[in-house]
Design a protein around this ligand. Structure first.
Ligand SMILES: [Zn+2]
Length: 740
């Protein structure tokens, strides 16, 4: 009794001490780390009853001037204030100002000279930005009655001061006229720009961020008016677009939205093919042929034509234009809709593009629809664009160019298919499930890379798996911690962008699906997140909460470890003790007397390294009457002894060396050659995050114990996953193995 009292006093003291320490254990609930739920965003992770978002509708007319590679435009924006707040000014994004001579982007870019030589292209990347003026030239900013509006430009952001306050539910209509010089992507890079083809003297334009766009104003950040420095992508709001694009008469234009005037811009024959593509579900129909494109390349037109597009409920608008374009399309059945999958490419993309591009677009929208929401837009377009992959609503720009003689490697083909699947997939994240890209890159790139890996596995089983597997992230996770930041980091402040924003979150979702939740629970919750936030603006907490809300799996430990820290997975088998239940008193004494247990191999910590010491006998004793306490029945001592006689007991000690708590997956190999896999939830670490011991009862004798045999958990050091223990191979031994 005295002992019990002193023990409870001890517990009370240690509890007080840890509470004072502000416990940040790995299983502590996220609690106040997540924002407090409110009427806009619920505790379950759904949009709340008072959820609101702003709207901006655009009527835009632009002219593409091929002679001097410039765009001149005018837009009328109708901005609707759906927020409960009174607004006095609006913020407009002037992304092209990243290329203005006064831009900070080049100034904050660090550079160094590695050897005393530099390619002319690299040199131009350093010097060229100073010679090119690619910023917006804002001609006028006027209200609906034509009166000038007061505005100020701060780098890539423009504040327009409204003459009267804009109350809830009110609209403000205004007009901006502008122009800018289009960048040569070969010289200056960029998501938008043109590629010049010196052999035929023509250019291929892939144009985006080309018009002043409303910044986002929402319940979480107010105005999202962080400067565009070049990395962190775009935070945008939904609206309807009506865009007229005037280009040289022989250009073919692909854009966000449905073409409104095909009879004005296509020949009779092309129009017929366009109509035919709308009912061609098994293969693409070529609307503009390679022969037609090559003819136009040779005789550029000096006239112009205007292509008219409309798009409903999109967060952005982009287009591509060239007289070099071949154009094909096919219909895709998704729910009650039949969107057109389409591709635009120059002859330099063939024969690869006519064969693979549009089919990949179709596969993507079907594959993603299954896992998220049905693709809602009328078209999905892939445009051939050297060296980049970049996404916009309904349209994306993708690399993948065969050699000049038309041959191509598997690497080129699969690289092209994966970039198309990835960029078309971005229609779902973030074009429809509209997260804040400038803040959280993982919410678009991570989700997209993850679904991409599932879709490519389904449609292209021969394609080598890249990102999105646990194994693919190991090298990054064990890398120099100075170069790693948590996933929950603003996109401009991330190190190792590809690993941190694409590969690590994608691997985390894959582990969550395959190992922690199981596909059934995961897929339902993930689809629920997509459905809840389609055409809305989710935040990280909305995702974290929805995944738990729809699955009843407590994942706070997982979000905490994988998203808020830079811990990695490394679980070690540090000791295994083998016991055998004695059949009777005599066998127990014989074995104890044999002394074999003293011959065991141990390491410097006194832990066993293999089974050479044999087992220790363990005696099952009768349970004392006092142990039953108030229970009226008792266990059958003899039956239990009989049932477990000769059974093996393995007491395993595991150490969490990496910091990330994870489920423990144990593969038992028995003496008869059979195997068994046992899975223990991550909560085994909930009391002691660093070391746990657990006893397993096995009828058969075990010869090998391995952790994570199928490399599901991104364990960075697998040499310590085995018993009998294995030696870490020296570099020389590894070298020898490769040689052999
Ligand atoms: Zn992406």
């Amino acid at each position: 009794m005295k002992n019990v009292i002193s023990l409870s006093v001890l517990i009370a003291i240690s509890l007080t001490a840890s509470a004072q320490k502000n416990w940040q254990g790995k299983f502590e609930q996220l609690g106040t780390t997540l924002p407090t739920p409110n009427e806009y965003r619920t505790a379950s992770g759904a949009p709340g009853q008072a959820y609101w978002q702003q709207q901006a509708d655009y009527v835009i007319t632009i002219t593409l001037n091929e002679k001097n590679h410039s765009i001149t435009g005018s837009e009328t924006i109708t901005y609707t204030n759906n927020s409960p707040d009174v607004l006095t000014y609006l913020w407009i994004q002037l992304d092209q100002n990243m290329r203005a001579k006064t831009s900070s982007t080049a100034k904050i870019k660090t550079s160094s000279i590695k050897k005393n030589e530099m390619s002319t292209k690299s040199f131009q990347a350093i010097s060229g930005v100073e010679n090119f003026d690619g910023g917006f030239n804002i001609a006028t900013v006027k209200d609906a009655s034509g009166k000038d509006l007061k505005y100020i430009i701060n780098q890539t952001m423009m504040r327009i001061d409204m003459p009267v306050k804009l109350n809830k539910g009110e609209k403000f209509i205004f007009n901006i006229a502008w122009s800018y010089n289009i960048n040569d992507r070969m010289q200056l890079g960029g998501r938008s720009g043109y590629e010049y083809f010196p052999k035929d003297g023509n250019s291929l334009y892939t144009i985006a961020q080309f018009f002043p766009r409303l910044a986002s104003y929402n319940d979480v950040n107010g105005w999202q008016n962080k400067q565009f420095l070049g990395r962190g992508e775009f935070t945008l709001i939904f609206g309807d677009y009506d865009v007229s694009i005037t280009v040289p008469a022989d250009h073919v234009v692909g854009a966000t939205g449905s073409l409104q005037n095909p009879t004005d811009v296509l020949t009779k024959e092309q129009l017929k093919r366009f109509e035919a593509s709308k009912t061609s579900f098994d293969k693409p129909v070529i609307i503009v042929t390679q022969d037609e494109a090559v003819k136009r390349e040779k005789n550029p037109s000096s006239k112009t034509k205007t292509w008219h597009f409309k798009a409903t409920n999109v967060r952005d608008f982009a287009f591509a234009s060239s007289r070099k374009f071949i154009w094909d399309a096919m219909a895709v059945k998704i729910g009650d809709k039949t969107p057109l999958a389409m591709s635009y490419y120059p002859k330099e993309g063939n024969p690869l593009w006519e064969k693979e591009s549009t089919v990949a677009v179709a596969n993507t929208i079907v594959g993603y629809s299954k896992r998220t929401i049905d693709y809602p837009y009328p078209v999905a377009i892939s445009v051939h664009s050297a060296s980049i992959g970049m996404e916009y609503p309904m349209i994306c720009f993708n690399f993948g160019r065969p050699n000049e003689d038309g041959t191509f490697s598997d690497r080129t083909k699969y690289g092209m298919i994966s970039v198309i699947v990835h960029e078309v997939g971005h229609n779902f994240f973030p074009m429809i499930i509209n997260s804040d890209e400038r803040q959280w890159t993982w919410m678009d790139e991570g989700f997209d890379t993850f679904v991409q890996s599932l879709v490519t596995k389904e449609y292209y089983p021969d394609m080598p798996a890249r990102r999105g597997t646990a194994a693919s992230i190991v090298d990054y996770m064990k890398g120099n911690p100075d170069n790693i930041r948590p996933i929950m980091t603003n996109s401009e402040q991330l190190y190792q962008f590809g690993n941190n924003a694409y590969a690590k979150p994608a691997a985390a979702f894959s582990i969550l699906r395959e190992t922690i939740m199981g596909p059934e629970l995961f897929d339902y919750a993930f689809k629920e997140y997509a459905e809840r936030w389609a055409f809305k603006n989710p935040e990280p907490a909305d995702f974290f909460r929805t995944m738990e809300d729809a699955s009843a799996v407590d994942l706070d430990w997982f979000w905490r470890g994988w998203f808020y820290t830079t811990d990695f997975v490394d679980i070690e088998i540090s000791n295994v003790k083998w016991f055998k239940v004695a059949t009777d008193e005599k066998s127990f004494e014989n074995k104890t007397a044999s002394g074999k247990i003293d011959n065991k191999n141990t390491d410097s910590d006194g832990n066993n390294v293999d089974f050479s010491g044999g087992f220790e006998p363990i005696r099952l004793t009768d349970t004392k009457a006092s142990e039953y306490r108030e229970f009226m029945n008792s266990v059958d001592d003899e039956a239990i002894k009989k049932e477990y006689a000769n059974n093996n007991l393995y007491e395993i000690t595991l150490k969490n060396k990496g910091g990330l708590v994870m489920p423990v997956i144990i593969e038992w190999t028995f003496k008869d050659g059979t195997k068994e896999i046992e899975r223990l939830p991550a909560e085994i670490w909930r009391r002691n995050e660093n070391e746990v011991t657990k006893v397993f009862v096995k009828k058969k004798e075990v010869v090998n114990i391995s952790l994570d045999p199928n490399l599901e958990t991104a364990d960075v050091k697998t040499v310590n996953n085995h018993f009998p223990k294995r030696e870490e191979k020296s570099k020389f031994e590894k070298f020898k193995e490769v040689k052999n």
